[in-house]
Design a protein around this ligand. Structure first.
Ligand SMILES: O=P(O)(O)OC[C@H]1O[C@@H](O)[C@H](O)[C@@H](O)[C@@H]1O
Length: 242
């Protein structure tokens, strides 16, 4: 399917991932993860291959914080104690590593701020003009802060972030549960809802949830890989869908 074949009349809601779809913060997450795992693997496990950008797309992108840590460690055959979310960032536990990465993420966000993608804002404007409902569905517990910093918070009546998922006991992407919960909150059947995702795990979640349409946004994961996970159409920027 081509982006010009997408007809907005066919849908009543659009469920947007945040990082890498509405804001360039996938890059901020990517840099923070890279700093964490480059240092951790080199110092604690010099016997395994070092961290590469491909590791981010294959094991971390789109997943909840500690799931990303676990998947990445598993790719190198490393098992660590879980710890608890209260662990200090200096601890070598799954939670400690995730919290160490989060401290880097928060610092970069604070130092650099965030501007939304212009093409994504144009699509949000066009959907608002049509009366199409919109939600944000993000694995990140930082989603509300990122939406606020980007000036987008007022545009969404429903935001399903990492904290909501934990509170409601929803499985994270690639499970479709967070997207299905958002569609439910918007009172739109899944067949009339569109999922927009840049992460392989997120596209897989959209496909698994049997949504009306799954749009992949290629910000580095690769068009073929996104189609392979079940995207109906892949764009480079949401401007193409306005
Ligand atoms: O650690 P947070 O902010 O709760 O985010 C979890 C994940 O959120 C996703 O949106 C990002 O794609 C991942 O890179 C990130 O790891």
């Amino acid at each position: 399917m081509k982006s010009s074949d997408v007809t907005w009349d066919d849908y009543d809601a659009v469920l947007f991932d945040l990082d890498g779809v509405l804001t360039p913060t996938a890059d901020v997450h990517m840099r923070a993860w890279e700093r964490l795992f480059r240092d951790y693997l080199a110092s604690a496990h010099p016997e395994v291959p070092g961290y590469t950008t491909q590791d981010y797309f294959a094991h971390i992108d789109g997943k909840p914080r500690y799931d990303g840590v676990r998947s990445m460690l598993a790719s190198r055959g490393i098992e660590l104690a879980e710890g608890t979310p209260e662990d200090d960032p200096s601890q070598d536990t799954v939670s400690g590593l995730g919290n160490r990465k989060n401290a880097v993420f928060a610092q970069i966000l604070h130092d650099e701020g965030v501007q939304p993608y212009a093409g994504s804002v144009r699509l949000l404007d066009a959907l608002a003009a049509r009366g199409t409902k919109v939600a944000v569905v993000s694995s990140s517990r930082n989603a509300p802060a990122v939406l606020e910093a980007a000036g987008l918070a007022d545009r969404f009546e429903v935001v399903v972030d990492g904290s909501v998922a934990a509170r409601e006991s929803l499985q994270g992407k690639p499970s479709p549960e967070t997207f299905l919960y958002a569609a439910d909150q918007l009172e739109v059947p899944k067949e009339r809802a569109v999922v927009v995702e840049d992460a392989l795990s997120g596209v897989a979640a959209g496909r698994a949830g049997d949504f009306g349409l799954v749009v992949g946004v290629d910000r580095g994961a690769g068009e073929q890989a996104l189609l392979g996970q079940g995207a109906d159409v892949v764009v480079r920027d949401l401007e193409e869908l306005v």
